[in-house]
Design a protein around this ligand. Structure first.
Ligand code: ATP
Ligand code: SF4
Ligand code: MG
Length: 383
């Protein structure tokens, strides 16, 4: 009798079969993406609500790895209204960055692909594009101008061998440099550095990234992201690497600049305190899906999903004495082998009899507050 293999073990033969199959699938996606002269009609679409800057609709983003398919984002639907900040929260690995990278179409390719769903980007004047169907050449025009991203790690996102000024100027020259002389671009770069609160902006213009503190590097990243007044700013944990005082300054700065250029922010973090300070809307993700979403007030005053309740309980509160902070037991399920019941069930301390059934669908608690959990199935506006 054949020996029982350890869980997750793949034979060389099986691994080769998966690789071959992956190549076949990803080649097809890549062929589509690399086409030239794609007519606009192929990716032209309509916003469901013209008041939104971007709408994620049933987004599925998978990574086709040799160990199997990782369903990093598995049916995510939410919108970012114009001029508002949407906080996306969830623990490490739940798909926050992959959702934002899908919007920028900066996934690690060829293995990372959007396999289903739409991402509608409001271009203004009643026009909208579906980012998932756009060819590379067209997308390049939108990055920086319409959507830009402040990355998680300023030290890795900045190039260590180029001066700060050259890196900021490059963004302007690439996206907004037509008809501008070198001097004009340099002037604009220095003005941007000043705008993000760098006092010695002319000096910093000539420095290398390693000569700046973490907070200053993050400000440079923000300056680069805002260089072309984008409509949507994705801030992926922009303050994680900073100490609290600098964190507060950077958050203030982002809030003010957002109002100045009237853009929307998609703010990604696992810090609920930051969300409370920044967000108008909150989206809570768990294992590649949205488990709860709503207005920030709703989520903070009446968290409904056991995962959100757990997140709230694990946050220290000033003035509240506790012996030990709450920790959600267990860990996120293996992304290659997701169960077909509620993904949170194995960690949930509030299970009800139905929880072993299919993955729970979304239930409306109010016009804006939605939750995917069996505890709310009893007549509270099932969809
Ligand atoms: N290039 C890749 N290849 C394979 N899997 C990937 C890749 N990038 C991300 N993933 C997987 O996708 C899932 C979601 O990752 P993602 O980076 O979006 O998490 P996150 O929510 O941003 O976490 P964090 O808070 O740690 O930044 C994870 O399970 C991760 O392992
Ligand atoms: S559906 Fe059940 S297992 Fe899942 S979060 Fe709700 S109560 Fe917990
Ligand atoms: Mg991330």
């Amino acid at each position: 009798m054949a020996k029982k293999k350890a869980e997750g073990y793949l034979s060389a033969k099986e691994s080769r079969r998966i690789s071959r199959e992956n190549r076949r699938i990803t080649n097809e996606f890549e062929k589509k993406r690399k086409r030239k002269n794609v007519p606009e009609s192929e990716y032209l679409t309509e916003m469901h609500d013209p008041g939104n800057a971007v709408e994620f609709d049933n987004l599925h983003t998978y990574f086709f790895t040799d160990a199997g398919t990782v369903k990093s984002v598995d049916g995510v639907t939410f919108e970012v209204p114009i001029g508002k900040t949407v906080g996306v929260v969830g623990e490490s690995g739940c798909g926050k960055s992959v959702t934002s990278l899908s919007l920028m179409q900066l996934l690690q390719r060829p293995q990372g692909q959007v396999v289903e769903g739409e991402i509608r980007l409001n271009m203004g004047d009643g026009k909208a594009y579906d980012v998932t169907k756009m060819p590379n050449e067209k997308l390049q025009e939108l990055r920086g101008n319409y959507v830009s991203m402040i990355f998680q790690e300023p030290m890795t996102a900045l190039n260590p061998v180029f001066r700060i000024g050259d890196q900021v100027s490059e963004v302007i020259a690439l996206h907004n440099g037509e008809g501008k002389s070198k001097e004009e671009i340099a002037e604009r770069s220095i003005a941007l550095l000043k705008m993000v609160g760098i006092a010695n902006s002319e000096g910093v213009y000539k420095m290398f990234p390693h000569e700046l503190s973490g907070g200053m590097r993050q400000r440079v990243m923000i300056a680069m992201a805002l260089a072309c007044s984008p409509r949507i700013i994705i801030a992926d944990e922009p303050t994680t690497a900073l100490d609290v005082t600098i964190q507060a300054q950077v958050l203030d700065l982002l809030r003010n600049l957002k109002d100045k250029i009237n853009s929307s922010i998609m703010f990604i973090t696992h810090d609920l305190g930051v969300i409370a300070e920044m967000a108008d809307y909150v989206v809570v993700m768990y294992a590649g899906r949205i488990v709860e979403k709503g207005l920030a007030e709703e989520i903070f005053a009446h968290p409904a999903h056991p995962y959100t309740i757990g997140l709230m309980a694990s946050k220290p509160v000033v003035g509240k004495q506790v012996d030990k902070l709450y920790a959600i037991p267990g860990k996120v399920p293996n992304p290659i082998n997701m169960p077909n019941y509620c993904y949170f069930k194995d960690r949930c301390e509030m299970c009800v009899a139905q929880c072993g059934g299919d993955y729970p669908h979304e239930v409306s608690l109010s016009a804006t507050h939605k939750v995917s959990c069996y505890r709310y199935y009893d007549g509270k506006g099932e969809e």
